[in-house]
Design a protein around this ligand. Structure first.
Ligand SMILES: CCCCCCCC/C=C\CCCCCCCC(=O)SCCNC(=O)CCNC(=O)[C@H](O)C(C)(C)COP(=O)(O)OP(=O)(O)OC[C@H]1O[C@@H](n2cnc3c(N)ncnc32)[C@H](O)[C@@H]1OP(=O)(O)O
Ligand SMILES: Cc1cc2nc3c(=O)[nH]c(=O)nc-3n(C[C@H](O)[C@H](O)[C@H](O)COP(=O)(O)OP(=O)(O)OC[C@H]3O[C@@H](n4cnc5c(N)ncnc54)[C@H](O)[C@@H]3O)c2cc1C
Length: 648
């Protein structure tokens, strides 16, 4: 054992085991988690080669093998509790994703939440036994964010009681779904429902895409892998083109909306229930942010304790790099954020389960708040963690750039969380939509509850606007800092609402007013989420009885809150004039933006990007490029999949 790191542990002021137990929930939960982890760590079947030394195809094959081994072993061990399955899998996966990831995270959860009892009876045994291996096929080449504009259609044919699915254009080809390219034999396809000549918007359908015996694509189905990516190399994110694919009426997920045999349509209680699986994963991603950041901090801080570099005082031995104030300033606020996000992740998971419990009882009243919280906190925590992983990598100097540091893999695996399950800016704007609505309700005298209850105060304090209230902070008192964050959030929600109002007074449309206020709106959401995180961190402290642990977490909570203030000090001053000027400059630059990048004069070969092509033919060239992927040379990539399906 390195003596430096031993000394660090000896000098700690609190018992690490006590804090670990607190993070796990109890000493017993820690024991059980460790027991499950050791099942993987001591299993020779999981001692695979380093994926960094494998080709993409080998990585995919190894991931499929690992996924199928996990299924068998979990069965053998009799592990069925979802949390325990998760502990087992995250230990086996390490930093990477698993080949059947979408089956677990989106296909199964969608079946659980959107099937009727009869549909569950048919599909759950197939899916739970991996006879039906599934994915969630929503995004298309042309649209990921604006899902109302998805182009894939499902047209009901009453004469045969079937839906006919079609991807009528290049831009309507499903693009991105994990496990779609080679692994899945079923997909939950999100498509525009047409019945009796009328479009009823997006609905979910179970579509068989490959033969359950041969794994060959079914008639009318063109399916394949989209090619190498920034990371996620073990996952076969795929494309799917459907041409006159017929599925039985019963394959539409009908828990909420229904199509009768004669084609008549029954509306769901809320048309946003189709989006439920996305809300679930967004809520879960908050905890993933905490894990990616805490892993990165562990690597960077342990390494900083054993790495010696430069001279602090002439003639003395080189210090541990952790002794440099600059190094501490990089890493410790991230460490504080990793703790904060751990607590927020637990809160988000609890809140999701509590509110979906109410939804299952037919009470949809808290759905908007759940959506706003999940969307905002997903964006807030993934942005911070994403940037933080890079800070950790750079804090390790040159060695951080090696794959063996683990940090590049963490980064490339984590960074798409800022994009998938809802692009972060778009998610922040969804939260802003809720906040502005709440602000208006508070102004009308309605009493708000939950995380937005601070907006009630703005009503009580009228006529003095929130923005004119001074921010007086006792920087040593967490409660006072929570108040400062609350006030900042209230201020920025007010600024955003006033910007919208101002734009509307210039008699432009709601939509243009919204677009012209988006900078303020995103800031308002960011401030709201930041307040929620600080508030939850402070609330967690009140539950801790061990004084040494309380003390160290209190220090982290203060650092988190104060560091956040220094990063956003502008919000505590008045910078509105500068913001106005920046906006005017954006408008000025807009007409010249393309010409300005053309002026750099990169030819296509040098740029080497389908997205940055001179001719702008993005979709076609992406499709052409994907077809060249080695994984697409054969329809059935490996017999491993085939065997798994056969064995069930
Ligand atoms: C079992 C174990 C589990 C373990 C878990 C471990 C963790 C896992 C971690 C990692 C592995 C996962 C790997 C995943 C891989 C990635 C998968 C994918 O990426 S799948 C595709 C995702 N695609 C998107 O997210 C599209 C984003 N776009 C949208 O959601 C919509 O288009 C949106 C929200 C941007 C706009 O939707 P509009 O156009 O229908 O809605 P508007 O007109 O803006 O609003 C109408 C009303 O609907 C509400 N609304 C919108 N979305 C809602 C929602 N989801 N729920 C409730 N209300 C919603 C709004 O708040 C608004 O409400 P008002 O009118 O103001 O009252
Ligand atoms: C690794 C990975 C795995 C994925 N897995 C799946 C999967 O399993 N199933 C699936 O269906 N999809 C999947 N996706 C797709 C993913 O969900 C989408 O990429 C994501 O929803 C973002 O949509 P987009 O790509 O259309 O981005 P775009 O919306 O085109 O975003 C581009 C830019 O436009 C901006 N923008 C867009 N709309 C607005 C707006 N209204 N206001 C302001 N700015 C805006 C964004 O902020 C962003 O800066 C995956 C993606 C990745 C990267």
């Amino acid at each position: 054992m390195n003596p430096d790191i031993c000394r660090e542990r000896e000098n700690a002021t609190f018992n690490t085991e006590t804090l670990t137990n607190m993070l796990d929930g109890s000493a017993e939960k820690t024991r059980r988690r460790r027991e499950i982890e050791s099942l993987v760590i001591n299993d020779p079947d999981f001692q695979h080669d380093d994926p960094n030394f494998m080709s993409r195809s080998e990585r995919y094959d190894a991931a499929v093998k690992k996924s199928s081994q996990m299924i068998m072993k979990l069965r053998d061990y009799g592990i069925s509790d979802p949390e325990e399955i998760y502990f087992y899998k995250r230990t086996a996966r390490r930093t990477f994703h698993e080949a059947f990831g979408l089956h677990y995270t989106m296909f199964l959860p969608t079946l659980y939440s959107q099937c009727t009892p009869e549909q569950q009876k048919k599909w759950l045994p197939l899916a739970e036994n991996f006879k039906a291996l599934g994915t969630y096929a929503q995004t298309e080449l042309g649209h990921g964010t604006h899902i109302r504009k998805l182009e894939t259609t499902a047209t009901y044919d009453p004469s045969t009681q079937e839906f006919v699915l079609n991807c009528p254009t290049v831009s309507s080809i499903k693009w991105w779904p994990g496990g779609l390219g080679k692994t899945s034999n079923h997909a939950i396809v999100l498509a525009q429902l047409y019945t009796l000549g009328k479009c009823h918007g997006l609905h979910a359908f179970i579509v068989p895409i490959r033969c359950m015996k041969t794994h060959q694509p079914l008639p009318g189905v063109t399916v394949g892998d989209i090619g190498p990516k920034f990371g996620f190399e073990e996952v076969d994110n795929g494309y799917l083109k459907l041409e006159n694919v017929r599925i039985p009426r019963e394959n539409m997920l009908m828990k909420y909306a229904q199509v009768e045999p004669d084609g008549s349509y029954l509306k769901p209680p809320s048309d946003k229930l189709t989006y439920g699986t996305m809300v679930f994963i967004r809520a879960m991603i908050v905890g993933e942010s905490a894990r990616a950041l805490s892993k990165s901090c562990t690597i960077a801080i342990r390494y900083s304790a054993v790495r010696h570099q430069s001279e602090l005082r002439p003639g003395e031995p080189e210090p541990q790099i952790l002794d440099y104030q600059a190094q501490q300033y990089k890493l410790f606020p991230l460490l504080a954020a990793a703790y904060a996000f751990t607590f927020v992740g637990q809160y988000m998971s609890d809140t999701y389960h509590r509110i979906t419990g109410h939804i299952n009882q037919g009470d949809f009243s808290q759905l908007p708040e759940l959506h706003a919280l999940a969307a905002g906190l997903k964006a807030f925590t993934t942005w911070t963690a994403n940037a933080g992983i890079e800070v950790c990598r750079m804090a390790c100097g040159g060695h951080g750039y090696l794959c063996c540091s683990g940090l590049p893999d963490i980064y490339v695996t984590f960074t798409p969380t800022c994009t998938y399950e809802g692009e972060n800016t778009v998610m922040m704007l969804q939260t802003a939509r809720f906040l502005v609505k709440c602000y208006r309700q508070a102004r009308e005298g309605q009493q708000l509850s939950g995380t937005v209850s601070y907006l009630n105060e703005q009503q009580r304090l009228q006529p003095q606007p929130v923005s004119s209230r001074p921010t007086v902070v006792n920087i040593n008192d967490l409660a006072s800092l929570v108040e400062a964050y609350k006030l900042r959030a209230a201020k920025l929600v007010e600024v955003a609402a006033k910007s919208l109002q101002g734009e509307l007074q210039r008699s432009i449309s709601q939509e243009d007013a919204w677009n012209n206020s988006s900078i303020e709106l995103v800031r308002a959401s960011d401030a709201h989420c930041h307040y929620v995180v600080v508030e939850l961190f402070a609330a967690k402290l009140s539950e801790i009885s061990d004084t040494a642990v309380h003390s160290v977490l209190n220090t982290l909570a203060l650092l988190y809150a104060l560091h956040g203030i220094t990063l956003n000090s502008g919000d505590f001053l008045q910078l509105s004039q500068i913001t106005q000027r920046i906006k005017a400059l954006l408008v000025e630059i807009r007409p010249n933006a393309v010409a300005l990048v053309d002026s750099f004069d990169y030819n296509d070969e040098m740029l080497n990007s389908v997205l940055g092509r001179y001719d702008g033919n993005v979709y076609e060239s992406m499709f052409e490029w994907a077809k060249r992927s080695p994984l697409n040379r054969t329809e059935v990539r490996s017999f491993i999949i085939f065997n798994i399906i056969q064995k069930k």
